[in-house]
Design a protein around this ligand. Structure first.
Ligand SMILES: C[S@@+](CC[C@H](N)C(=O)[O-])C[C@H]1O[C@@H](n2cnc3c(N)ncnc32)[C@H](O)[C@@H]1O
Length: 553
């Protein structure tokens, strides 16, 4: 099933897409009708299903080959970023309220509502502007923090949802069908935060006045509904990254039905102009499979992933990775056994019940058991150490020191050591004073060993590189660099080292294919092309020199 721009009946370039799957275009209704008997067999290769645990989900109804587009969908609503970091709240460059272009706060304002726009001519949606203009005034202070607090972009996302009630009854109905976890959210920190940041802000600044001035414009804009919308966003929003670096949030009727798994089988991309989502099969999908994406970070250990999913999406994941204490043999959550006072032990501690946050951790070699509370405390302490080191652009030496300390208590593949090692492989060969040519052969070997360890973990967690394509590409490029350096040092074996380098770069090219639409993926792909060119050049130079040397003899 490939998206085509030509009408399948007459072959003429066509613009009207099948509204159901958006994969086939027709020149007119007549040709669409004529083609339906054939097209209906492949129009939508999945169905919407319902399950007491999962809620609504999507199930494959006919085999889909890896790489095929499963569906393309328009967003129900697109708006500003939902989770604003401290840096976002203090930023002086913010997305334009009309077109999301980055603009300087305070430079241009919408003539009517005074919200930040990229130029005096940039207009935004009329209804939204008229509601925002009810709160128009002058912020008490003009510093970035105060302005961002005055023009709250996360609250604007909720307002955009609310206005669908008036703008598009069909989209509004689809939005209200989405899961909100209203009951579970009540009384939680998320609810309290939403009340402070969004609900009371919208009510006091805009909606209170709207009710007085235009009581019939919206049927409902009360606090209960606003909290429900916050829950719908929290449960369903997808992050859309624009080439400008601006992050938007999107809600999609169908794409948001895809369930979570810690090893997904689908990936997705967004059109940077229309924000349409295209969902693609990350591997071969069989009839009966569920379409699965990941809602969390697959490079975290099970307890951290579970905690994140429970907190934000209100469910416990029971996928095969979460149920496996070794997480597909990666040991990414495992601790090293410290033994007891009488005897050290080389064993590994794994959770007895990976789904229970308070479970005991058992050594696979000796009878040692460790308490869940102790492990949680340890994890928190280590997270703080790793985060604080990483925040400061550490040197290889600083990373090595923390890695040595953590390695005494963690499995070599633990996600904290994984993170430190992934940083190290990029520092060795690139840090000033640690350029490739200056590394000892031991350091080169170590870099290669670290790359292999990281590569193997990535392959087990994500065999089809659905989520980790960029990570894996970085590792493969670092392996290639190291092999090229080995070739320079041992010209006699140069061609075999260069062949190894080339094979890794070619592998990276295939892996990265999935990420070509993303900003980071595109940038890395350009770098990769240069690397492949340089490697081929080195191979040619080596062959030329070898022939010349033979000729001279
Ligand atoms: C983005 S929505 C998915 C669509 C949702 N099931 C519906 O009916 O609208 C996310 C919610 O679906 C449910 N869900 C998704 N994946 C799940 C999984 N693997 N196990 C249990 N519940 C899941 C959770 O309630 C979660 O908060």
């Amino acid at each position: 099933m490939v998206s085509s721009t030509d009408c399948p009946v007459c072959g003429v370039a066509a613009s009207q897409a099948c509204t159901r799957c958006k994969m086939v275009r027709y020149c007119d209704r007549e040709h669409q009708k004529q083609h339906w008997p054939q097209h209906k067999r492949s129009c939508r290769p999945f169905s919407e299903e319902q399950d007491p645990q999962l809620g609504r989900y999507l199930m494959v109804t006919q085999d889909i080959a890896a790489g095929q587009i499963v569906f393309i969908e328009e967003p129900l609503v697109v708006g500003p970023k939902w989770y604003l970091s401290d840096a976002d709240k203090e930023a002086s460059i913010v997305p334009c309220v009309g077109c999301a272009t980055p603009c300087r706060l305070g430079k241009h304002q919408c003539r009517r509502c005074r919200w930040p726009v990229c130029s005096s001519g940039c207009e935004h949606e009329a209804l939204e502007c008229s509601v925002l203009s009810l709160g128009a005034g002058t912020p008490a202070r003009a510093d970035a923090r105060s302005l961002n607090d005055y023009f709250r972009s996360d609250a604007l996302l909720v307002l955009k949802c609310l206005l669908l009630q008036r703008q598009s009854p069909a989209k509004w109905a689809a939005l209200l069908e989405m899961q909100s976890h209203e009951e579970e959210r009540r009384g939680t920190e998320l609810h309290v935060e939403a009340e402070k940041r969004v609900v009371s802000y919208l009510q006091q600044r805009f909606l209170g006045r709207l009710k007085k001035t235009k009581p019939n414009l919206l049927q409902d804009c009360g606090p209960e509904l606003l909290h429900r919308l916050c829950g719908i966003i929290e449960t369903n929003f997808m992050v859309i990254e624009l080439p400008t670096g601006v992050e938007l949030s999107g809600l999609f009727r169908q794409a948001c039905m895809m369930e979570h798994a810690c090893q997904p089988n689908c990936d997705f991309q967004f059109d940077p102009i229309t924000q349409q989502i295209s969902v693609r099969a990350g591997c071969n999908l069989r009839k009966g499979d569920h379409l699965r994406i990941t809602y969390t970070n697959i490079l975290w250990g099970t307890h951290l992933r579970q905690h994140h999913l429970r907190l934000t999406k209100h469910f416990s994941c029971r996928c095969s990775r979460c149920l496996d204490p070794t997480e597909y043999g990666t040991y990414i959550s495992a601790l090293a056994c410290l033994g007891d006072v009488n005897k050290t032990c080389a064993g590994t501690h794994l959770p007895v019940d990976p789904l229970d946050e308070n479970t005991q951790w058992k050594c696979d070699t000796c009878p040692m058991l460790v308490d869940g509370a102790y492990v949680s405390e340890l994890q928190t302490h280590m997270t703080e150490q790793v985060d604080s080191l990483m925040a400061g652009c550490p040197s290889a030496n600083q990373v090595e020191l923390l890695l040595a300390r953590l390695s005494q208590i963690l499995h070599p593949n633990h996600f904290h050591t994984f993170n430190l090692k992934h940083t190290l492989i990029q520092l060795y060969g690139n840090e000033t004073g640690l350029e490739l040519g200056g590394l000892s052969s031991g350091q080169l070997e170590r870099k290669l060993r670290l790359c292999d360890e990281l590569y193997n973990v990535c392959r087990r967690l994500d065999p089809h590189s659905i989520k980790l394509a960029i990570y894996v590409t970085v590792i493969l490029i670092e392996i290639a660099h190291t092999r090229e350096e080995q070739a320079r040092r041992a010209p006699g074996e140069g061609s075999s080292f260069l062949e190894l380098a080339q094979a890794r770069l070619k592998e990276a090219e295939v892996v990265l294919e999935k990420e070509l639409e993303s900003v980071a993926g595109k940038k890395l792909y350009d770098q990769l092309q240069k690397e492949i060119f340089e490697c081929e050049k080195q191979m040619l130079t080596l062959t030329y020199n070898q022939k010349r040397d033979v000729g001279q003899k």
